[in-house]
Design a binder for this molecule. Structure first.
Ligand SMILES: [Zn+2]
Length: 102
């Protein structure tokens, strides 16, 4: 005759309050980044220093070459892109330093 009902459940309803960070001054743009290198995927893309429209997609606003993580370009083409961008810079088609946005 031993009724040992252990209903010892401490009910805790502690909810961690998530402090929402106020994102002020967001000048970031997130482009859709393809997982596959776009040059490998689309062979019709011609890497040319004159193709500044294309190259501008590979530099950030500061005029720096964007890392592979952002562009999704494979190592081989990333090098090609970097070389082409440098070429374009020499031709003054791309800025060495981007316009400073204040
Ligand atoms: Zn590639």
């Amino acid at each position: 005759m031993s009724d040992n009902e252990q209903s010892d459940r401490p009910e805790r309803t502690e909810r961690g309050e998530r402090s929402e960070r106020g994102g002020s001054g967001g000048g970031r743009r997130f482009y859709s980044r393809p997982r596959v290198c776009q040059f490998c995927g689309d062979k019709s893309i011609v890497l040319d220093y004159k193709n500044t429209q294309l190259l501008r997609g590979f530099v950030n606003q500061e005029g720096k070459i964007r890392p592979r993580r952002q562009t999704g370009t494979c190592a081989r083409h990333q090098r090609a892109v970097a070389a082409t961008i440098k070429q374009a810079r020499h031709m003054a088609l791309l800025p060495f330093v981007g316009e400073t946005l204040s």
